[in-house]
Design a protein around this ligand. Structure first.
Ligand code: MG
Length: 275
């Protein structure tokens, strides 16, 4: 009897295995319940992909090796401290003063011309997908932040760093692929100086309510040479050199800016898609 009770108790504690649910599709042909979860409208816009990294059909081409028609040089470029950042954006809104960019074009490459200032797109952008290729020239003797420094400023405010970060140590949140002084890259995906590299970046612009309060912060996802280096990071405000960042209300769309940091960094194949 004891054995039977033990076996019974064991059976009671055994997991209950039943057959997987089977679906009789022939029986459902009349009602077709699968159609209830099919979305037909709207249909995604048709975009023709580029060949390799050439621009897809709906991209705004910012530089294709020929000219700087899409760019100009603003009288004031970017701020290094919050009070300066705010004043420059306000100044630009009320005093739009620009000159022709003095950066050089050689062999289809755009080269920073040190001392001539940043260049900025004539068109303003909010949330975007950006493709850009860049090269840090070989420059023996240079080091840290001084070795091929430039930068891509989304909306003229939010910088992803351009720097030679191949065997060139600097502060981690200031190396190539860093959202400057806010997020170091997840890994160092840098190629040696003298080699072309790419960034593919999704920048989601911040938004503000009518009182000027932050509604949604800016987010960045970025790949360097095909490797994920920023994974949906939430920015704390503009990327600044001095002090703590904080948000301030600005326009929904502002120009993209490339930094002149005194080094002859080269760019090519720059295209952008509005999101
Ligand atoms: Mg920089």
């Amino acid at each position: 009897m004891k054995v039977w009770i033990t076996l019974f108790m064991l059976w009671m504690t055994m997991p209950c295995f039943t057959q997987p649910v089977s679906i009789d599709f022939d029986a459902l042909q009349q009602s077709k319940p699968w159609s209830a979860t099919e979305q037909w409208e709207p249909e995604p816009a048709r975009v023709t992909p580029g060949v390799n990294t050439s621009p897809p059909s709906d991209a705004v081409v910012l530089f294709d090796g020929k000219d700087l028609m899409a760019w100009h040089t603003p009288k004031y470029d970017y701020g290094t401290r919050m009070d300066q950042v705010v004043s420059i954006i306000e100044w630009k809104e009320t005093h739009p003063e620009f000159s022709d960019p003095q950066w050089l074009i050689k062999d289809g490459q755009l080269i920073v011309n040190p001392g001539t200032g940043a260049i900025e797109t004539k068109q303003s952008f909010g949330s975007v997908q950006l493709h850009i290729e860049w090269l840090a020239p070989v420059d023996p003797g240079k080091e840290s932040q001084g070795y091929s420094n430039s930068g891509i400023f989304f909306m003229g405010l939010y910088e992803i760093q351009i720097l030679n970060s191949y065997e060139n140590r600097t502060y981690s949140n200031g190396q190539a692929g860093a959202m400057y002084k806010q997020f170091m890259p997840l890994v160092n995906a840098s190629r040696p100086p003298g080699e072309w590299q790419s960034y593919d970046i999704i920048f989601m612009a911040p938004s503000f309510d009518k009182d000027g309060d932050l509604k949604q912060p800016a987010y960045v996802t970025a790949f360097q040479n095909g490797i994920l280096i920023q994974n949906h990071v939430e920015l704390r405000g503009p990327c600044i050199f001095i002090g703590e960042p904080s948000y301030f209300k600005h326009a929904d769309k502002l120009p993209l800016l490339l930094q002149d940091h005194g080094d002859r960094v080269r760019y090519r194949n720059i295209w952008i898609r509005e999101l």
